[in-house]
Design a protein around this ligand. Structure first.
Ligand SMILES: *Cc1c(COP(=O)(O)O)cnc(C)c1O
Length: 810
């Protein structure tokens, strides 16, 4: 099989992969996987081969004399040699150390240098992965090289000065994991040729590079001293890393002080503390403890299968280069109807797509709308997720590369950090600049149809072919006077954060406070291991847990569908209940905020939630009210943060949490008309998880509804002249969660797909409005009820004003 695969023309090869992967990569059915730089995928054949191997032999723990142990040892040593040969590395000159991942390989080298008497000097390239950057913390002195030219210049200079007496280590990526740029491999050779009193060692981070490109160590003099690899990025399985090390660096590792099982021959404890380190092979000195034997054995199957399915890494390299070139060219030539570009691609000046020496199969970019504003990457990721497209966004573990590509100065990164931005956070456009990229990375089993499907996705959601103002903006009716045609259709509280809602009975007076409706998000569910609050995004089954408030019995009941099981906890916060053995005060982290929650330790409660959700968890109650601190007046003080951080306008969009969420039935009806016009499934109001649903008079003639009127409202008075005023804080950003049916837990593409096309404002998809009791109520408590009339107070400025308020936040 390997024969024909390695000689096919590229077009034929693409067709072959397309066909082959249907059978060999069944998990790709329907999915568009574009994160091969994160990890590539394992084939059916590889898993079956590995399984057969495991079933047919007895493998013991190496390091002993039994036949099963000897067999394991043999297999491990064979895998080691086979892998070295895969990289054309002569075992005479190179050793290979198995590690957990590339980072562990880098750390092994760092540890050896850290143990040197004189310490060491460390240089690294700005486009390095975080794991390479971190080594600097252990060096006595370090330098970050801002460009290839700086490195070239430094190597040239170093050749002339022979007076350095400190060990030096220079590390860089063979390929950037951010934009796929390939860096000059010849630096390793040039550093070796420098000679001098103390050598400058080279460490090549080949984790990204080796995934789609052959590494060739046949020229021993040109090879790096240390090469870090992520084997799962090449083969998809097993989850292993490796360090390829030149044997002549062995003396460096002599200063290693730690020893563990596996790396010593004899140890004496008590009086005479003495040990004999293994002196034979480098890998024996460095592989502490039991090796991941079964994973290493799986490498045999991985190597064989890779060759059968893909031919060679040369083939993979040529194939993926062509796909990336096409993707790059199509993305860069895409313009909105008004001529503005759709994509800003971060290509290095030295890189050329299609040229495998300078560029790997990764495209990093950001999207712009037709007005030239950045589209938020969180938004792109949400839509991709609905379309079953798997890509990565954000800082992608490449701090220097990101800063360079996005033009972020260190102060801006610090400022972004203190403004609440974290890797993977929601606020990815700050001060008008994106804080991360969209990364599309291709792999051996990618095909032309993947590229086409991704371009179709960009076309569908981000390419403005009319380049007209968005429909939502033009259809909004600007109200300049107060309108009184709406009423409160229903009130819903979510007693347990992220679980199902409980509808307040029609007409029942309900307290509303600064932090929201009474009993809303009073409890949450906390993971027993991590202390993290669980959310529906990771645990969709939470939607099926139904809390109900029973004031007569004084309990909150929770039922789980299907099982018929129930659990009840007391509503009362009376301290005499709380000091019982059923509670423990614990730190919990909810939406990134650390709070002191009271955990229910009763096994009945914990078991109920653990069984219902399939993760070890229990119920927790948010902190108790403290009469001394005004900001902690209420039990859900953390929910108020968004309001306290603020000046005006309040940056409510910085937080996932707001006191109250209001939606309009008229807007929902309009949205559902648009969805149904395209043959989609209408959205149930429950997917928006609103607290207040507003509706217009049922007596209005058809077509007289005012959808999206709420966009222009500044506040509303509920329940007549003496009723409380609720302020509108800003539109509510939506994600793929609105696609989860709250009754069945089923996933759908709507309503997010239609929302994304009709309700996007500066890259944010908005539906519903964050709402809070107006400040004039000064922390008081008011009453509202379903059925109350609603008087809308419109903004004095135009709808454009609403829009620019969003922009300030962006
Ligand atoms: C993935 C990657 C790493 C980290 O690899 P791990 O196996 O996760 O430790 C380091 N550098 C580059 C260039 C990578 O792509």
């Amino acid at each position: 099989m390997a024969g024909p695969v390695s000689t096919m023309a590229l077009d034929q090869y693409n067709d072959y992969i397309e066909h082959m992967r249907k059978e060999q990569f069944p998990m790709l059915t329907d999915a568009l996987y574009l994160d091969h730089a994160g990890t590539t995928l394992y084939s059916k054949r590889l898993m079956e081969r590995f399984q057969a191997d495991m079933m047919s032999s007895l493998f013991g723990n190496p390091h002993s004399a039994s036949p099963s142990s000897q067999r394991s040892t043999q297999e491990v040593e064979t895998a080691r040699i086979t892998l070295l040969r895969f990289f054309n590395a002569d075992p005479e000159h190179f050793d290979l150390v198995f590690t957990a991942n590339a980072t562990a390989a880098i750390k092994l080298v760092m540890e050896a240098f850290r143990e040197q008497q004189e310490g060491f000097w460390y240089g690294y390239h700005v486009e390095s992965h975080t794991s390479i950057v971190g080594v600097r913390e252990c060096a006595t002195d370090n330098r970050c090289f801002g460009s290839d030219e700086e490195v070239d210049h430094w190597i040239g200079q170093s050749g002339r000065s022979h007076d350095v007496d400190q060990l030096r280590l220079f590390a860089y990526p063979a390929q950037s994991n951010m934009n796929g740029r390939r860096l000059p491999l010849e630096w390793c050779k040039r550093l070796r040729q420098l000679g001098g009193q103390q050598r400058t060692y080279s460490m090549l981070d080949a984790a990204a590079y080796a995934s789609t490109s052959p590494l060739d160590f046949s020229n021993v003099e040109a090879a790096p001293d240390f090469t870090a690899l992520s084997l799962y990025k090449i083969f998809g399985f097993p989850d292993l890393g490796a360090l390829i090390v030149r044997k002549d660096t062995a003396p460096l590792f002599q200063s290693r002080r730690y020893f563990g099982g596996g790396t010593v021959d004899m140890v004496v404890c008590l009086k005479e503390q003495w040990h004999a380190k293994k002196a034979s092979a480098l890998h024996e000195q460095l592989e502490d403890g039991t090796l991941p034997v079964h994973s290493i054995i799986a490498l045999k199957s991985a190597l064989q299968t890779h060759e059968e399915l893909f031919g060679s890494l040369d083939r993979v390299s040529a194939h993926t280069a062509r796909l990336a070139e096409e993707l790059y060219q199509r993305l860069t030539s895409l313009n909105h109807a008004n001529g503005r570009p759709v994509c800003m691609v971060y290509k290095h000046a030295r890189a050329i797509y299609g040229n495998v020496n300078t560029q790997g199969p990764i495209v990093a970019f950001n999207l712009c709308d037709s007005r030239g504003n950045w589209v938020s990457n969180t938004e792109v990721e949400k839509l991709a997720s609905v379309k079953n497209i798997h890509l990565r966004t954000g800082g992608v573990c490449n701090p220097g590369g990101i800063a360079e590509a996005l033009g972020l100065a260190p102060w801006e990164m610090r400022e972004n950090f203190s403004a609440g931005h974290r890797c993977g956070g929601e606020n990815d456009v700050l001060n008008g600049k994106p804080t991360g990229v969209i990364r599309v990375s291709l792999g051996a089993m990618s095909t032309k149809s993947d590229v086409a499907r991704f371009l179709g996705f960009v076309d569908e959601f981000f390419w403005d072919k009319a380049a007209q103002p968005l429909s939502a903006r033009s259809s909004a009716t600007v109200q300049t006077t107060a309108v009184q045609r709406f009423h409160v259709e229903s009130l819903t509280v979510y007693p347990i954060k992220s679980c199902a809602g409980w509808q307040v009975p029609h007409g029942a007076p309900w307290p509303i406070r600064n932090e929201g409706l009474a009993w809303d998000r009073e409890w949450c569910i906390v993971h027993q291991g991590t202390g993290k609050g669980l959310s529906q995004k990771q645990h969709p089954r939470m939607a099926l847990l139904r809390p109900s408030l029973d004031f007569n019995a004084g309990v909150l009941r929770v039922s789980a569908p299907g099982s018929g099981e129930r659990v009840a906890v007391r509503l009362s916060k009376d301290p005499s209940y709380l000091e019982t053995a059923d509670y423990a005060h614990r730190n919990a982290s909810v939406c990134g905020d650390l709070i002191k929650a009271r955990l229910y330790t009763s096994s009945a409660v914990a078991e109920f939630f653990t069984k219902a959700l399939g993760v070890p968890c229990t119920l927790a109650r948010f902190p108790a009210a403290s009469p001394h601190s005004p900001s902690l007046r209420h039990s859900k003080a953390h929910l108020q943060q968004a309001r306290h951080k603020a000046g005006v306008p309040r940056p409510i969009l910085l937080s996932n949490e707001s006191p109250i969420l209001t939606i309009s039935r008229s807007s929902l009806n309009r949205l559902n008309e648009q969805i149904k016009a395209k043959g989609g499934k209408a959205a149930h109001p429950s997917v928006f998880r609103a607290n207040i649903v507003l509706a217009e008079s049922a007596c209005l003639p058809p077509g007289h509804e005012q959808p999206w009127a709420e966009d222009a409202w500044q506040s509303m008075r509920v329940g007549g002249e003496d009723g409380p005023v609720l302020e509108f804080l800003g539109g509510c950003r939506r994600c793929q969660m609105v696609c989860i049916d709250q009754v069945s837990g089923e996933k759908n593409q709507e309503p997010l797909v239609t929302l994304a096309k009709t309700r996007r404002f500066d890259g944010r998809v908005l539906f519903g409005v964050h709402t809070a009791l107006a400040v004039e109520h000064g922390g008081g408590c008011s009453i509202i009820k379903a059925g109350d009339v609603v008087e809308a107070l419109a903004r004095s400025d135009t709808f454009e004003g609403v829009d620019s308020a969003y922009r300030k936040d962006a």
